[in-house]
Design a protein around this ligand. Structure first.
Ligand code: ADP
Ligand code: MG
Length: 373
């Protein structure tokens, strides 16, 4: 169970003493809201207690946490903010459990460390995208707030995480009720209507989206006018590749109507030669590229168990450098493209080819540097 490790008083003192410190200024803990939300909310409240107070961007800049309207938050907390340029909106998709939130949070943390103003927008009904940016604590989702209050000010749903990252969770409907993507539609509309991105003067908004199905709300970030670039997290496992290929079909479909285009694949948990070879072949077949190879690492596990990103918990580790390199590549990335997804039959044949190849290597029939197991 996540608990706040620092009192509000200590935080205020730390904030004064070291405004750029990563943990400083995260929303102070308060008791979880009680009652009125039904079984689901109560269960969630138990899981999430203690909850957090939303960040009040104007107040944060001034060193307080009043509920004043969002304003031009001071970039001073980051010290070395990069030159302001156009807001870059990125969507990270991938199969459930593949490592989207881990990768996204480390990417957000690395970008914040580079001096950018970043918002991480969790679009998975699991609503755990931003946990490791906030010492393992959950934040109330936009849908939960709506259920509780009927109307939500966007700033009530924005919480401060590592190095000033703005954390938002869209949330999902009550289990078994309605469209799972409803939270994304609602949350995106809310933040757009209230001009939050402009008011916060953000450099990056990163959507962390469950990509098993690219329909309904889950397609929102790639439809017209939201994200410009999509990256997909995939391992060499067939189901992850299958989900990535499905995503490519969605991107292709919306690309004619001004939708987001594909930046590339973030190859996660890719440690051996044959795993790399499978992902490499997949990107060639589908006309895209690998943005970064992220090995499976115990440092990630250890950091997550401590409620933190690897960037925060183990900044000097090799794995942190892998994430920083990914952030530099994402930052430099300008040109995304329409992917060329495989049709069902081609994908099946492609998988069968790899199955045969791995079998051949296992039997010792083939010795290929790219296909070592
Ligand atoms: P998703 O957001 O796609 O559902 P998560 O980011 O929550 O997936 O990751 C699922 C689990 O896999 C987490 O426990 C996470 O720590 C672990 N994980 C993800 N990437 C790595 C990695 N490169 N090395 C070790 N563990 C990882
Ligand atoms: Mg996730």
């Amino acid at each position: 169970m996540a608990t706040s490790k620092t009192t509000a008083g200590e935080k205020a003192a730390r904030k004064k003493a070291a405004p750029a410190a990563g943990a400083a200024g995260r929303g102070k803990a308060r008791p979880a809201a009680e009652g009125g939300g039904g079984a689901e909310t109560a269960a969630k409240a138990a899981k999430t207690a203690p909850a957090a107070e939303p960040v009040a961007p104007a107040g944060r800049a001034a060193g307080g946490n009043g509920a004043s309207a969002p304003a031009q938050a001071s970039p001073k907390t980051r010290g070395t903010r990069k030159e302001k340029r156009k807001l870059k909106q990125i969507a990270i998709y991938g199969k459930g459990g593949i490592g989207k939130s881990t990768t996204t949070s480390n990417l957000s943390a690395a970008l914040a460390d580079m001096g950018y103003k970043v918002m991480q927008f969790g679009c998975d009904p699991k609503a755990d995208s931003t946990n490791t940016l906030r010492d393992g604590s959950y934040i109330p989702t936009i849908l939960e707030l709506l259920r509780e209050k009927g109307r939500v000010e966007a700033r009530d749903a924005i919480f401060e995480g590592y190095n000033g990252i703005y954390c938002v969770e869209a949330g999902g409907p009550s289990p078994g009720v309605g469209c799972a993507g409803r939270g994304i539609i609602t949350a995106v509309q809310l933040l757009k209507q209230q001009n939050i991105y402009e008011e916060l003067d953000l450099d990056y908004v990163i959507y962390d989206v469950l990509g098993d199905v690219v329909c309904g709300g889950f397609a929102v970030p790639i439809r017209e006018g939201i994200a410009q670039h999509v990256f997909t997290v995939s391992s060499s496992d067939f189901m992850a590749i299958y989900a990535a290929n499905n995503l490519f079909r969605g991107i292709q479909k919306y690309s004619n109507a001004g939708g987001a285009l594909l930046g590339g694949v973030i190859a996660n948990s890719v440690s051996s030669g044959y795993q790399r070879a499978i992902v490499d072949d997949f990107v060639v077949q589908t006309g895209t590229q690998v943005m970064q190879y992220v090995p499976r690492s115990i440092t990630v596990t250890q950091s997550e168990l401590g409620g933190k990103t690897t960037i925060e918990a183990a900044p000097d580790s090799e794995q942190a450098e892998v994430y920083r390199e990914l952030a530099r590549r994402v930052d430099d990335h300008e040109l995304s493209a329409t992917p060329k997804p495989m049709d069902a039959q081609t994908l099946r044949a492609w998988a069968a080819k790899w199955s045969d190849q791995i079998l051949a290597v296992e039997r010792g029939d083939v010795r290929s540097a790219g296909a070592q197991i």
